[in-house]
Structures are given as structure tokens and as C-alpha cells.
Design a protein around this ligand. Structure first.
Ligand SMILES: CCC/C=C/C=C/C(=O)SCCNC(=O)CCNC(=O)[C@H](O)C(C)(C)COP(=O)(O)OP(=O)(O)OC[C@H]1O[C@@H](n2cnc3c(N)ncnc32)[C@H](O)[C@@H]1OP(=O)(O)O
Length: 298
């Protein structure tokens, strides 16, 4: 029995390490693997200005869950096809939801449907944070409503000169509820500016996004942005996956906890991870000026 279990485990390990994991088929996303260990997730509903319909929300969660488990993926670049990055939530889906709710008379029944809906969509975007692989977003054109929630859950944001952003929820009579209000103030570190953008729902352009620290860099064209972002992604992908993935986990944990809690968290993890082969390999490479240490898949 023991032998059989250990053979099974070895088989799983071999499968994970040697064969490329098969990707699921997506209807609203296009996935490519343009460079070693770099995956490009493209929002792909251009005929509807990349409006985020129910399928897209669920596919975002599934895709990032899968990439988290995929040992061939070390970095994700999130971009979009078509004229807009995304026009936000699909307003026709919202109308259908309204019809669904109206079938019930009782407030508790209606509310339960809405709560499940909101929690599900929150989880779909939190999947970007739960994915240990860094997520770099390349934004062009308009990024509206739910799009701002989406990119706020990413680790790094880049955009083109023509990009514009809008926390549009107050304009459609709601408070943003899937991450913008929780994550974006921590990204830009300025409540006054954030509050103005959230209350007024006014558009802000790429220069303002850079000025307030929402994006890291602006590019003239989408092509030049993608070329540069892919290079940054590759630069991350050649690093130890143990080091990079734990760094992401520690950054997110520390954002949501006290300094002491964050220190305890990384102390607990590193007592294990400093025993990894990656630490020895990477340290040796630095000491011997070897520029190309290779790390096993993780
Ligand atoms: C628990 C829920 C949490 C989530 C909350 C999220 C909230 C939000 O996202 S608030 C923001 C909602 N979005 C909007 O208000 C944007 C609405 N769209 C527009 O303002 C314009 O369409 C846009 C400026 C994006 C583009 O304008 P343009 O003139 O260039 O193109 P259009 O002809 O208007 O659009 C092209 C086709 O796309 C369809 N479409 C665009 N946006 C949406 C959308 N949000 N939902 C559904 N469909 C959308 C549009 O109908 C056109 O389709 P067709 O008529 O079939 O050609």
C-alpha cells in the first residue's frame, strides 16, 4: 500500500514537472504563453467593449486559480483586446439579475440572491490576489467601473497614454462593492484624492493615474507597452519562484495586518523556505557571478 501511494505521488510530481499543464478553454478570455514562464491573459470580448458579463467574472476566477496551480506559470500579464480595456460590468446582465430578483416577494429571499451574487464577484477578483504569481496589468483605452476593481487587485499597473479610468459606480446608483473602495486607497495612499474620484465618478486620464501612483509607467502605444511589460515579466520569471511567490504573499498579508503580524508571518514562512534549494542556488549564483541560475518548477 505504501509503495502504491508513493508511486502515485511520484507520478503526480513527474506530471507536474515534466508535462505542460493543459489550459481550459475560455469564452471571454484568450490565454497565451509568449515567453518562458510568462502567461498573457487577454480580456477578449471586444465587440461588447469587453463588458464583464457573468461568464467573464467566473472565467477570471477559474483562470487565475488554474495559473496559480500551473508550474509553467511564474508571472501573469493581464491585457485586453479591442478598443477598450473594459467597459465594466455588463449592464444587460444587471438587468437580468433585476428580473430574477423581482420573481421573489420577500426581502430576505431577494437579499440572499444579491449577497451570493456580490460575494461570488468579489471572490472572482480576489483570485488575482490569491494567485501567488505576480499579476502585471497593461491597460489601454477606457477602464471603467468593474475594470478599476479588477486592476486594483493586480500587483502592478501600466498603461498607455490614451488610457482613462472611471470609478463609475456612483453614476449608476451604487457603491462599488468588489474591491475598488478597499484596495485602491491603499495603492495610491491618499484618501482625499481617492474620495474625490469615487464620489464624483469623474474620468481621470493616464497622467493623473501616474501622478497619484495608480499606474507605474505610461507608454505611447499598446505595442510598446506590451513589449516592455513582457520584458519586466521575464525578468521576474527568471528569479526563484520560491522567492517571488513568497514575496507576493508577504506583501498582501502585510498590507492587511500590523507590522508585527507581518514580521511574524514571514518569519514563520522563511524558517521553512530558507531551507529550499532555491536559496542555496540563488545565493551561490550571486556569489559566483553566475547570471543564469535555473530553478525547478513550482
Ligand atoms: C456585484 C457587482 C459588482 C460590479 C459592479 C460594477 C459596476 C460597473 O462596472 S459601473 C460601469 C458600468 N459601465 C458603464 O456604465 C459603461 C457603459 N458603456 C459606455 O459608456 C460605452 O459603451 C463606452 C464608452 C464603453 C463605449 O462607447 P462606444 O460608443 O465606443 O461603443 P458602444 O457602441 O457604446 O459599445 C459597443 C458595444 O458594446 C456594448 N457595451 C458597452 N459597454 C457595455 C456594458 N457595460 N454592458 C453591456 N454592453 C456594453 C454596447 O451595447 C455595444 O453593443 P452593440 O449595441 O451590440 O454593438
Amino acid at each position: 500500500m505504501f509503495l502504491r501511494i508513493s508511486n502515485f505521488k511520484t507520478g503526480v510530481l513527474l506530471f507536474k514537472n515534466m508535462s505542460k499543464m493543459k489550459l481550459s478553454h475560455y469564452h471571454t478570455l484568450k490565454i497565451e504563453n509568449p515567453k518562458e514562464f510568462v502567461y498573457n491573459v487577454q480580456i477578449n470580448r471586444p465587440e461588447k467593449a469587453n463588458a464583464m458579463n457573468n461568464t467573464m467574472w467566473l472565467e477570471i476566477r477559474k483562470c487565475f486559480d488554474e495559473l496559480n496551480e500551473n508550474p509553467d506559470c511564474r508571472v501573469v500579464v493581464l491585457s485586453a483586446n479591442g478598443k477598450f480595456f473594459t467597459s465594466g460590468i455588463d449592464l444587460y446582465d444587471m438587468m437580468n439579475l433585476g428580473e430574477e430578483i423581482s420573481k421573489h416577494d420577500d426581502i430576505a429571499r431577494k437579499s440572499k440572491i444579491l449577497r451570493t451574487f456580490i460575494k461570488t464577484y468579489q471572490d472572482c477578483l480576489t483570485a488575482l490576489e490569491k494567485c501567488d504569481k505576480p499579476v502585471l496589468t497593461s491597460i489601454h483605452g477606457g477602464c471603467i467601473g468593474g475594470g478599476v476593481d479588477l486592476i486594483s487587485a493586480a500587483d502592478i499597473r501600466y498603461c498607455t497614454q490614451d488610457a482613462w479610468f472611471q470609478i463609475k459606480e456612483t453614476e449608476i446608483g451604487m457603491a462599488a462593492d468588489v474591491g475598488t473602495l478597499q484596495r485602491m486607497p491603499k495603492i495610491i495612499g491618499n484618501m482625499s484624492t481617492f474620495n474625490e474620484l469615487a464620489f464624483t465618478a469623474r474620468k481621470f486620464d493616464s497622467s493623473e493615474a501616474k501622478e497619484i501612483g495608480f499606474v507605474s509607467r505610461i507608454y505611447n502605444t499598446k505595442e510598446s507597452m506590451l513589449e516592455h511589460v513582457m520584458n519586466i515579466a521575464s525578468n521576474i520569471a527568471i528569479k526563484s519562484p520560491v522567492g517571488v511567490q513568497m514575496t507576493k504573499r508577504s506583501i498582501i498579508y502585510s498590507r492587511d495586518h500590523t507590522v508585527q503580524d507581518g514580521l511574524n508571518h514571514i518569519g514563520d514562512w522563511n524558517q521553512i523556505l530558507l531551507q529550499s534549494e532555491d536559496f542555496v542556488k540563488a545565493s551561490m549564483a550571486v556569489a559566483t557571478k553566475d547570471k543564469t541560475p535555473t530553478f525547478s518548477k513550482l
